[in-house]
Design a protein around this ligand. Structure first.
Ligand SMILES: *[C@@H]1O[C@H](CO)[C@@H](O)[C@H](O)[C@H]1NC(C)=O
Ligand SMILES: *[C@@H]1O[C@H](CO)[C@@H](O)[C@H](O)[C@H]1NC(C)=O
Ligand SMILES: *[C@@H]1O[C@H](CO)[C@@H](O)[C@H](O)[C@H]1NC(C)=O
Length: 152
């Protein structure tokens, strides 16, 4: 006699595959990002260097690196695999930023902001994205005006 006792609609092996697929899609990125950990200081009119780096000597060269303030877009500066995307840039930063990777492993991302203004005083974020996902870090730029207590 055939066993007519109800088997589950999905045999157990299917459930396991489903579970594995779910685990894979929740996989964390292969990297993490850190910033300087303390505010970067600059005087109005000077240039400021904001620097983030990737863990484990992972290269940033083939990644999307986005620098932003309050909102992801428009960005302070966006670079996709080494190509700048000025069309996605805040008007306040047009022509005022350069981006490069640095370090032997190209794991450093350096954003230079020229002609710093009081507008630049505040919080920045750097976000790195590749096919495994994205990670970001927060930085602070403290802008001092001539004659202020931060002035040297
Ligand atoms: C990163 O690269 C440096 C220099 O090549 C090496 O000394 C260091 O061990 C590397 N660190 C990791 C985590 O791979
Ligand atoms: C910075 O300001 C100076 C003087 O206003 C100007 O000549 C120069 O082109 C500016 N540089 C950038 C990168 O905006
Ligand atoms: C920059 O921001 C800090 C913290 O929000 C504030 O205390 C400081 O007064 C600001 N400086 C200028 C020049 O606006």
């Amino acid at each position: 006699m055939a066993n007519t006792q109800g088997r589950d609609i999905f045999p157990p092996s299917c459930s396991i595959i489903f579970l594995l697929l779910q685990l894979l899609s929740y996989r964390k990125t292969d990297f993490s990002v850190s910033g300087p950990g303390q505010p970067v200081l600059a005087m109005v009119g000077e240039s400021a260097k904001l620097q983030c780096h990737l863990s484990l000597n992972i290269s940033a060269e083939d990644m999307e690196v986005r620098w932003y303030r309050e909102e992801l877009s428009p960005a302070v500066h966006l670079s996709k695999k080494g190509t700048d995307m000025p069309e996605e840039q805040m008007w306040q930063y047009k022509g005022r930023t350069t981006f490069r990777t640095a370090g032997p492993a190209k794991d450093q991302a350096v954003l230079t902001i020229y002609n710093v203004t009081v507008f630049d005083n505040g919080t920045f974020h750097c976000e790195f994205k590749d096919s495994t996902g994205s990670a970001d870090a927060t930085l602070w730029l403290r802008v001092a005006e001539e004659g202020s207590i931060y002035g040297i």
